[in-house]
Write a new protein. Structure first.
Lengths: 208, 322
């Protein structure tokens, strides 16, 4: 997911206007993109579970900086609020509740890493293709009024994209209700123990 | 050159506030707590009523050996205090204390989201500390911190969203420019929810279950000594300053007040924040610690519904008056 999200951003920076006269913002964008990509790679390759979660913070924070560089201030802070502030905290909470040894976790390796790699590369290629194809000649004017300010974002979200927005919120509501149903069912089936509590963080994380 | 100087001066001013205000709150806490408990508190350091006690404490912390436990995850352990402290420095940048351009570190378009997002990051420091210490008490403290953050982030955000709805903007100076006196009774429920949830996020008594010194020995900070421990303490008091400043700006009208427009607005901001800080100390002396289940129950069954009701009220009033 991060890998896929970071790659198109790094590509989009220099696609339209060529490399020969990059501005300071473009250079910063590219460097932050590379750092984000690196952090995302470390997240999926490190053998230490909690370190993976902390590198995820770096990757998600890097994405927020990219949004900032594109003047989308509102999106950037929401990214930090939701992903760094809540999702990663939820993740760390789940890790601490279950098993998070200091040092390597040898049993945390999965047998289908090659399949996962294939899926990741496929989705990355698809996303890069779509983004590059869609925004090939689009150029954000960074000197004018901010194109991603809260006012602009809110107006376009609630004027042009109301239907997808509402559909998404119904989807999230369904996921939330589903999570509650699942966790209550698990509690009724088995004795209330740590496993029953663990269902909730996992489901909520999916819902977000 | 002039711009660079301006930026440097602003950063310097914010940094000075960041270094002095938490110490003032800490010293006030020493003295107020002492007098509420029929003691005198620090009396010797510095001569006059022990005013230099915290300076002496700082010197003591700096002299102590910086110990990292053998089984700890060194890098995460050493990084945690910085992650806990720096967000509050960043938040201070965005809090306006007066109506003029020069009275705020940096005007942000999405100020409310910025401050809430960055304050949430600070809790990661406690989590990192709790996990990396290789100590059962620390891990318990970290777990409780995470559970508490997840419970109280939502009502805090909803209460702040209510004010943003009322003002029609998410910029902190913008909210204050739109402020009228009758907002205080209108948003009072949201204000209380915000303040209580903020106290819980700072893990101040009565919400100090994650650090509960008599049960789990200061939770995530058990293994810390010297300067790093002092940084965690500084983060707590900087958090009080930030929370009181934010509550003042969002709900109590910041610089608005008699003669507030005549250049004395900053006095009002500081006065209101100081009263709130006193309230924080008062609560610490007054109430016993909440149990973990009581803590969760308070958030999910009381604060979240209250903040939702406040949002509904804000929406109705907003539609009626527009």
């Amino acid at each position: 997911m991060n890998l896929a999200a970071a790659a198109p951003l790094a590509d989009a920076a220099h696609a339209p206007h060529g490399f020969l006269s990059p501005t300071g913002v473009e250079i910063a964008f590219l460097l932050v993109g590379l750092a984000t990509l690196g952090a995302a790679l470390v997240t999926v390759t490190t053998r230490q579970l909690v370190h993976a979660a902390l590198w995820l913070v770096v990757a998600l924070g890097g994405l927020a900086v990219e949004y900032l560089l594109l003047t989308a201030e509102f999106i950037a802070w929401v990214q930090v609020l939701i992903y760094v502030g809540s999702v990663v905290v939820l993740l760390l909470f789940g890790l601490m509740l279950t098993r998070a040894p200091i040092g390597r976790s040898p049993d945390a390796d999965s047998g289908n890493r090659w399949a996962a790699l294939a899926v990741a590369i496929a989705s990355a290629v698809a996303l890069v293709w779509v983004v590059v194809d869609a925004f090939r000649t689009t150029w954000i004017d960074l000197d004018g009024p901010a194109a991603g300010s809260t006012r602009v974002t809110g107006a376009s979200l609630f004027r042009h994209w109301v239907l997808p927005f509402e559909a998404l919120s119904v989807l999230l509501l369904a996921a939330l209700v589903g999570a509650i149903v699942l966790s209550r069912k698990a509690k009724a089936d088995t004795a209330p123990g740590p496993s029953a509590d663990l269902d909730v963080p996992g489901e909520k994380e999916g819902a977000r | 050159m002039n711009d660079a100087l301006d930026v440097a001066l602003r950063l310097l001013a914010v940094f000075v506030v960041f270094l002095t205000f938490p110490l003032i709150v800490g010293q006030t806490e020493h003295k107020v707590m002492a007098h509420m408990q029929g003691r005198l508190g620090p009396m010797y350091a510095g001569g006059f009523h022990g005013w230099a006690q915290l300076v002496a404490d700082g010197v003591k912390f700096a002299q102590k050996e910086d110990v990292v436990p053998a089984g700890a995850d060194r890098r995460v352990f050493q990084l945690a205090p910085a992650v806990a402290l720096l967000p509050y420095l960043l938040v201070l940048l965005a809090i306006p204390i007066g109506p003029s351009e020069g009275a705020v570190g940096q005007v942000l378009d999405a100020g409310v989201f910025f401050v809430l997002a960055v304050m949430g990051v600070g809790v990661l420091g406690s989590l990192m500390a709790g996990w990396a210490s290789a100590n059962k008490f620390s891990l318990l403290g970290g777990l409780r911190t995470a559970a508490q953050l997840l419970a109280y982030e939502l009502p805090m955000l909803l209460a702040a969203a209510s004010v943003a709805m009322a003002a029609g903007t998410v910029s902190l100076p913008g909210i204050l420019h739109a402020f009228h006196w009758w907002w205080v009774p209108w948003q009072i429920v949201g204000a209380i929810v915000f303040f209580v949830a903020g106290l819980a996020e700072l893990q101040r008594p009565p919400f100090d279950m994650p650090v509960a010194d008599s049960e789990i020995i200061f939770g995530a900070y058990t293994e810390y000594t010297g300067l790093r421990f002092a940084l965690f303490l500084l983060a707590e008091y900087a958090g009080i300053v930030v929370l009181c400043g934010l509550t003042t700006v969002l709900f109590l009208g910041g610089w608005h007040g008699p003669w507030g427009a005549d250049g004395l607005g900053w006095v009002w901001t500081l006065l209101k924040a100081a009263i709130l800080a006193f309230l924080v100390i008062w609560l610490r002396v007054t109430y016993p610690r909440l149990r973990e289940d009581q803590l969760q129950k308070l958030s999910w069954t009381l604060l979240v519904p209250l903040s939702l009701a406040q949002i509904a009220l804000t929406g109705i009033v907003k539609v009626v008056i527009s």
